[in-house]
Design a protein around this ligand. Structure first.
Ligand SMILES: Nc1nc2c(c(=O)[nH]1)N[C@H]1C(S)=C(S)[C@@H](COP(=O)(O)O)O[C@H]1N2
Ligand SMILES: [Mo]
Length: 184
């Protein structure tokens, strides 16, 4: 019984502790976010991705719009993996989701609400981007992803190299036809 009481006390103490420190930690993060006078350059081609929400850099009202050239100006990365939706090992190329988050000053992101052209939408923990280096893939086996086949942007996880993300919870975050990220 005493052990149970100690455990209960600890649990309550931890809950109270985090409740008190969380807002302060958040405030510090907000201050750490660099204030940039310079906005993002405006897109010149068709807009593929619109980022909204808690971002520090914008190029149209409160949003950051990206055309293909803006995305591909970021460092290119690749992930080679099988997927439940394709046959055999595929080479996905694109840019790291985290680099896009950095571009828009989304350092305080907790949740990314991802939206697709087909109105699919799902919340992705921002920590995934740091943990797994997901891609915003624009090409598969060297060919642009077409709208009728998962394009123009597909969120790709390194599925083959990380066994614990080989499950339905993570599969549902492989948003294809991605066109929006709302940063919360
Ligand atoms: N754009 C878009 N991406 C999507 C979905 C969708 O309906 N639209 N479904 C998600 C879910 S819930 C899963 S489990 C996987 C696989 O979907 P499938 O079972 O329809 O192949 O893709 C994810 N990505
Ligand atoms: Mo799903």
């Amino acid at each position: 019984m005493p052990a149970l009481l100690v455990a209960l006390g600890l649990a309550l103490g931890l809950g109270l502790g985090s409740g008190l420190t969380a807002p302060q930690a958040r405030a510090q993060e907000a201050h750490a976010q660099p204030v940039r006078a310079q906005d993002l350059p405006a897109p010149t081609g068709p807009v593929l991705l619109t980022v909204t929400g808690k971002i520090a850099r914008t190029n149209q009202n409160d949003a950051a719009l990206f055309d293909e050239a803006m995305l591909l100006a970021l460092p290119r990365h690749r992930i080679e993996t099988t997927t439940p939706w394709t046959d055999g090992r595929k080479v996905f190329e694109g840019v790291r989701l985290e680099d896009v988050l950095d571009q828009v000053g989304a350092g305080a992101a907790v949740t990314l609400k991802a939206r697709a052209l087909n109105d699919y939408s799902i919340d992705i923990p921002a920590s995934d981007a740091r943990e797994f280096d997901m891609l915003l893939a624009l090409r598969m086996d060297g060919k642009p992803l077409s709208r009728r086949d998962k394009g123009p942007i597909w969120i790709v996880y390194p599925r083959d190299s990380v066994p614990r993300i080989q499950d339905e919870r993570y599969d549902s975050r492989w948003v294809w036809q991605l066109n929006g990220l709302d940063i919360r």
